[in-house]
Write a protein that binds this ligand. Structure first.
Ligand SMILES: N[C@@H](CCC(=O)N[C@@H](CS)C(=O)NCC(=O)O)C(=O)O
Length: 202
């Protein structure tokens, strides 16, 4: 949805509640047999997989580019997009899932191991964002849009009840990672950000 906003495309957002089985309903499985989100439907054409959706939007509306223009920028953006899953989303999920489920105390060993990997990745991002407003070439790109939701997920988890019993050392973000904190504010200032913000995250 952030990419749709960045491209200035209009869309209708539909939220599915997986806990209520909505992603496995007959209606949704007819759209995406894998039952996963996100899914984009454009003029009856269905695209699943976040990165496939981003590539589709880039081809549909090249301006403004989210995947760069020079070979160097294109490579740098794809590198971050590809690495986000392994280096950020997976360890962040290992930290936040137990917190969201109220199981922080019993899952402490898993969280302690994962937060080390998360902080390594955050150190790297901080190094880049100390000297640049966005991750690649000083301009908002798919790299920022891939990393941002993962960081927000981490911060939602780190400020949840129960997280105070842990030693995450990530919140407040501005205290631990001022460059990343300032970058989150720049992303949040983009037009349409409020529209794209998941209502159930508030
Ligand atoms: N690699 C896929 C992952 C999709 C995915 O697993 N989405 C989660 C929500 S973030 C989901 O739908 N989980 C429910 C399920 O797998 O049944 C993508 O980036 O789109």
């Amino acid at each position: 949805m952030l990419a749709l906003e960045a491209k200035g495309l209009t869309y209708e957002a539909r939220r599915l509640d997986n806990a209520k089985g909505e992603q496995k309903s007959e209606t949704f499985l007819a759209v995406n047999p894998r039952g996963t989100v996100p899914v984009l439907v454009c003029d009856g054409f269905v695209v699943r997989e976040t990165n496939a959706i981003l590539a589709f939007l880039e081809a549909l509306k090249p301006d403004p580019p989210l995947f760069g223009a020079s070979p160097q920028d294109i490579a740098a953006i794809w590198q971050i997009v590809e690495e986000t899953e392994a280096l950020l989303r997976t360890p962040i999920g290992s930290v936040t899932r137990p917190i969201f489920r109220g199981r922080a105390v019993e899952m402490r060993d898993q969280i302690d191991a994962a937060i080390v990997k998360v902080r390594d990745a955050l150190d790297e991002l901080e190094g880049v964002l100390e000297g640049s407003p966005f991750l690649v070439d000083g301009t908002l790109s798919a790299a920022d849009l891939a990393v941002y939701p993962a960081i927000m997920q981490l911060m939602r988890g780190a400020t949840r009840e129960g997280a105070d019993t842990l030693d995450l050392q990530v919140a407040p973000l501005a205290q631990h990672y001022p460059g990343i904190a300032a970058w989150t504010e720049r992303v949040a200032a983009m037009p349409g950000y409020e529209r794209a913000y998941p209502p159930h995250w508030r």
